[in-house]
Ligand binder design. Structure first.
Ligand code: SAM
Length: 329
């Protein structure tokens, strides 16, 4: 699938639930957010039908996200079905890791190759404050379980935010010295104006690199600018076992290379993370007379609706209707 700007669309981010077992300060408002009613959430059958259509059209990677995907019952079986889709798309999972110790082995047995774990602090008290819940030890156990189950390389996604956890950039980077895990620093995106975070709290790439250089000489891994997973620029310490990625979604945005479509748990296709216009595929899907060609046509219309890029850099806070946990990042 190609969009109006010649971009090849081959990556689908699929949110299987809007529910989450954490309440991260920068992701959702203090009072929490209303959940979608059960009857508005896509069933696994509905998701299966849409993803199969997407794969027929050329999607070759599907990332299962949420909310927190592992809180949805039956996820392991769904992952197994996804892994058996004709066309063999790559299936990936993004999780906060709280339930990973419980599910890592089953996920591996279901066919999942690896996981991304979101973790923003290695300090327990800070974890509790940042997530408005507790469970750092559980997440760390989840990481161990994922490694033991052979889900590797494990990628840890950390969002450094000034005055919050930016003093831990080095601690996270050090994890790559003796562990086969990748750390990816993801620029904070000031997508909502009501969460009490400002654009100034985003840590630019240059500052991250400066901090990393205090650990040792940092080597840029050539040709690492682009992969299916996203455009992380990858680095490593010469003596390190893992790699370090920096994803500059705001300061050096990669809209020109965007290869994604997003599907929310309530069945809305979101052509761009940063734009609130969505296409209600679920309502169409629930019309019994709809056939697979019509589903494909709607997927193509979402590709066609992809805007050229976002304007976060200019201070725009584009998410009026949704939070990140509704969309899945
Ligand atoms: N619960 C799963 C997890 O934690 O990975 C999936 C959903 S979560 C919304 C996906 C990712 O979005 C997380 O890595 C989170 O850190 C990130 N995220 C949420 N709000 C963000 C923001 N304003 N800027 C950058 N990343 C954000």
């Amino acid at each position: 699938m190609k969009d109006r700007f010649g971009r090849k669309i081959e990556y689908l981010r699929l949110s299987v639930t809007d529910r989450c077992n954490l309440r991260c300060l920068y992701c959702m408002p203090d009072e929490g957010v209303e959940s979608i009613g059960h009857n508005r959430v896509m069933s696994y059958e509905e998701m299966g039908r849409i993803t199969a259509a997407a794969v027929r059209l050329g999607i070759n990677k599907i990332r299962v996200t949420g909310g927190e995907p592992l809180v949805r019952r039956g996820l392991v079986d769904f992952i197994r079905t996804m892994c058996q889709l004709p066309g063999s798309p790559e299936i990936a999972l993004t999780t906060n890791g709280l339930l990973l110790a419980e599910y890592a082995e089953q996920l591996k047995a279901a066919g999942l190759e690896r996981v991304n774990v979101s973790l923003d602090t290695l300090q327990e008290e800070r974890f509790d404050r940042l997530t408005r819940r507790s469970g750092l030890a559980q997440v760390l156990a989840g990481l161990e379980a994922a490694r033991d189950a052979g889900l590797h390389p494990i990628k840890i996604n950390m969002v450094p935010i000034r005055g919050f956890n930016d003093d831990e950039i080095v601690d996270f980077a050090r994890l790559t010295l003796d562990r086969k895990c990748d750390i990816r620093f993801i620029e904070f995106m000031p997508v909502r104006s009501d969460l009490g975070f400002s654009a100034q709290q985003r840590i630019p790439e240059s500052e991250i690199i400066e901090k990393l250089s205090t650990v040792g000489p940092l080597q840029l891994i050539e040709n690492s600018g682009r992969n299916l997973d996203g455009p992380a620029r990858m680095y490593r310490f010469p003596q390190g076992k893992g790699q370090i990625g920096i994803i500059t979604a705001v300061s050096r945005h990669f809209c020109g290379e965007c290869n994604r479509l997003r599907l929310t748990a309530d069945g809305r296709l979101r052509p761009c993370l940063m734009a609130d216009n969505e296409i209600d595929l679920l309502s169409v899907l629930r019309d019994e007379s709809v056939n697979d060609q019509q589903i494909e046509k709607i997927l193509l219309s979402a590709v066609d609706a992809k805007p050229e890029g976002h304007h976060l850099e200019s201070g725009e806070a584009p998410m009026q209707k949704r939070t990140m946990k509704d969309i899945g990042g």
